[in-house]
Every structure is written in C-alpha cells, then in structure tokens.
Design a protein around this ligand. Structure first.
Ligand code: NI
Length: 169
C-alpha cells in the first residue's frame, strides 16, 4: 500500500463529474486500499477518488467512530435516493486548506451503491454519517463544501487561496 497525494482546491480535477465504475478488478481494490490508508493518515473521515486524481465514482468512509476501532467502508457509484430533515454542522475538507464552515445538509439519507465486488447495496444513515456521505458524494459531482457557503464567504476564501498561491511563486 502507499500514501497518495491529495489534490487541493483549485485543482480542476476536483471540479469534474467523476466517471461511473464498471470494472471491479485488482486496480480498483488496490486503489481502495491506498485511498483508505491515505484517509487514515491524513486523517480524514472520508475520501473521494477525485481528491487523489482519479475521476471515478468511488469513495471511502472512515466508520471507526470509536477511536479504538479501525474500520472503513467503500462505496462505488453511490447515489442518494432519499433524504429527510436537515442539520447544520461544521465541515472541513482535505482538499480545501485552512477553512472550516457550517453547512446545511439532510439529517438522514439513503444511498444506493455497489460494493467492491460490484454487488448492489443500500444503506440508510443519519447524523454525522449522513453528513460525510453527502460531502463525499458531492465530490463525485465536482462539488466542494465551499459551494454550499454564501457567495461572500466563498469569494473571501478564493481570494485568500489566490494570495497564498501567489506568495508561493
Ligand atoms: Ni472533502
């Protein structure tokens, strides 16, 4: 296994609509292993394939809510099929440096997806787990959590990043 480089905003790959996965092979399994390791190392609660430069419909989620348990799950071609209620929580993103902000999300979501063997699955989750899935599935559609912020907040952030990048040159 190896650690992968996480792309940062404003990398254009983060803005692409990710492609559907149709081949469930060793390449996919290895990618899942590397992404999972990268997510734990970061550390993050989830990671979407576009964040490591693979524009495909794949996410890994850290489900070790209990700090002592190391567990994760993989969702391929995930799609939110039902949502309910709302919640507002603080979010950050491994691809969006130096920013956390409150985002409004559905409180409960049902996601249909395929597992690593290509088998169809469905899962209904609430609260933090639901936030993580909505955030990661957004990534597969080229959407970042900053897109859920006010125009002003987003503009301020873009300005800050532009300044940071200019300072590096
Ligand atoms: Ni993210």
């Amino acid at each position: 296994m190896s650690l992968l480089t996480i792309l940062k905003f404003p990398d254009p790959i983060l803005r692409q609509k990710a492609k559907t996965v149709s081949t469930f092979d060793n390449f996919l399994q290895n990618l899942v292993n590397d992404m999972t390791e990268t997510m734990y190392d970061a550390p993050g609660v989830g990671l979407a394939a576009p964040q490591i430069g693979e524009s495909i419909q794949l996410i890994v989620v850290n489900t070790s809510w209990d700090e002592d348990v190391k567990d994760s799950m993989v969702m391929i071609n995930p799609e939110i099929t039902a949502k309910e209620g709302s919640q507002i929580d603080e979010e950050g993103c491994l691809s969006v440096l130096d920013l956390t902000a409150t985002v409004k999300r559905s409180q409960k979501v049902t996601v249909s997806y395929q597992d690593i063997t290509g088998e169809n699955q469905e899962l209904t989750v609430e609260d933090l787990f639901a936030v993580v899935l909505q955030h990661e599935i957004d990534h597969l559609n080229g959407i970042l959590f900053i897109d859920h912020l006010s125009t002003l907040k987003r503009a301020l952030y873009k300005k800050k990043i532009k300044k940071m990048l200019a300072a590096k040159e």
